[in-house]
Design a protein. Structure first.
Length: 348
C-alpha cells in the first residue's frame, strides 16, 4: 500500500540500499535461513511478551529504529509514529534527521502514555556545539538515552537517490540540524550531496567519549558490526550497542546483521544491552534475534510503510502484528516469555 501512495523520490529514498543493494537483500534473507528447533510439551498457556530494555519496561523486545523524514511519508510524520509507539508501549528512537522537533515528538508521545519511552539518535557533525545543544535538548525533553550512529563517516552511495536527484522536499525541514545561513538539504544529487553537512568523517572514539561526558543520559552505539568495536565501545562506557548496517544503506557487502549479532553478543558478554536492526519483518525474526543474543530488535522500514499507508493507525497496525506474531512464535517454541529464548533453540 505504501509503495502505491508514495511519490517515487520518497518511495526510493525509504527503500533504497547502497550500490547493488546486496546487503539490503541479505538483511532479510539471512533471518529466514535460521531454523528454530522448537520444544514441545511445555505449558505455554500463560504467556507475556513484556521485557526490560535499557533499564525500562517495554511491552515487547521490539522498538522503532531511527528513520529520517517521516513527514515525507505522511503529513503527521513523527507525531503519528510517536503516538503509535506510546500506545504500543515500545521505545521509539527519533532520528536527528526528523521533520518534527524532539519537544513536539515527546509531547505527542506523552499525550498517549505519560511514561512513553523516547531515545534520541545523534550524528556527530562538524559543529560540535550544535551536537551538544541537541543532546541537551533531548535530555530536557525527557529522552531516556542518546543513540550515536557510528557507521556513517560519509554517506553511502544510494543509486536510486542519485537517479532521482534526491533532495529534501520543499516545505520540509531537518529541524534539529539546520542553522541560519547554513545548508538545508534542499540541494544536491543524492543523499551524499544533499546531506553531507550532517556528518563528519573525522569521527573517532574520542568523540564518543566527549559525547558521553557531555550528557547525563546513557549513550548507545548504533552501527556496530564487529565484536572488537563492540567490546571497545562498552569498555569506554557505552550502555548498549545496536548491531546495524544502516539498513544496508552504507557499505554494500557488509554482513547481514543476523551474522554479526552472535559475535557481538559474545564480546559484550552481558556488560551492556545488545540490540539489532536490519531485516526484521516478522515476530519470528524477533525470536531469532533473541536466540542469537539480542535483548531486543528494532524495525525501521515496516514502520515507514505503515505510516505511509495509514498514518498513526498504520504504524499501530504494524506494531500490533509484530506483537501478535511474537506471542504465537514464543508459544510454538515452547517459551512463555522473551527471557525463555536461548541459543538452545538454534541447534538440536
Amino acid at each position: 500500500m505504501a509503495l502505491d501512495v508514495l511519490p517515487v523520490t520518497a518511495r526510493d529514498y525509504f527503500r533504497s540500499g547502497a550500490w547493488g543493494e546486496s546487503t539490503l537483500a541479505e538483511n532479510i534473507a539471512a533471518w529466514g535461513r535460521l531454523r528454530l528447533w522448537h520444544r514441545v510439551m511445555r505449558d505455554v498457556s500463560a504467556r507475556t511478551t513484556e521485557c526490560t530494555l535499557l533499564d525500562g519496561p517495554s511491552a515487547m523486545p521490539v522498538g522503532i529504529a531511527p528513520t529520517a523524514l517521516h513527514r515525507m511519508a505522511h503529513p503527521d510524520g513523527e507525531l503519528a509514529t510517536a503516538r503509535a509507539a506510546a500506545a504500543a508501549d515500545v521505545p521509539m528512537i527519533v532520528s536527528s534527521l526528523s521533520t518534527t522537533t524532539i519537544e513536539d515528538i515527546r509531547a505527542a508521545a506523552r499525550s498517549v502514555r505519560p511514561g512513553a519511552r523516547t531515545w534520541m539518535q545523534m550524528y556527530v557533525g562538524r559543529d560540535r556545539a550544535a551536537v551538544r545543544e541537541l543532546a541537551q535538548r533531548a535530555h530536557a525533553a525527557g529522552c531516556e538515552a542518546l543513540v550515536l550512529t557510528v557507521d556513517t563517516p560519509v554517506w553511502g552511495i544510494r543509486e536510486r537517490d542519485v537517479r532521482n536527484g534526491f533532495r529534501v522536499p520543499e516545505g520540509l525541514r531537518i529541524v534539529h540540524l539546520e542553522r541560519p545561513g547554513g545548508p538545508t538539504g534542499h540541494a544536491g544529487s543524492g543523499i551524499h550531496e544533499a546531506l553531507a553537512w550532517t556528518i563528519d568523517a573525522s569521527l573517532t572514539w574520542a568523540d564518543f567519549e566527549w559525547l558521553r561526558d557531555s550528557t547525563p543520559l546513557p549513550v548507545v552505539l548504533k552501527g556496530i558490526c564487529r565484536p572488537d568495536d563492540a567490546a571497545q565501545g562498552v569498555s569506554l562506557g557505552a550502555r548498549g550497542v545496536i548491531v546495524s548496517n544502516h539498513g544496508g544503506r552504507q557499505l554494500d557487502g557488509a554482513p547481514p546483521t543476523c551474522e554479526s549479532l552472535p559475535y557481538v553478543a559474545e564480546a559484550v558478554a552481558g556488560r551492556a544491552s545488545v540490540m539489532v536492526d536490519g531485516g526484521i519483518r516478522r515476530g519470528i525474526d524477533v525470536v531469532r534475534a533473541l536466540a542469537l543474543g539480542a535483548d531486543a530488535a528494532f524495525v525501521g522500514r515496516p514502520v515507514l510503510w505503515g505510516l505511509a499507508a495509514g498514518g498513526e493507525e498504520g504504524v499501530a497496525h504494524v506494531l500490533a502484528l509484530l506483537r501478535t506474531e511474537l506471542d504465537v512464535a514464543l508459544a510454538l517454541c515452547g517459551c512463555t516469555r522473551p527471557s525463555d529464548v536461548t541459543s538452545a533453540l538454534l541447534r538440536p
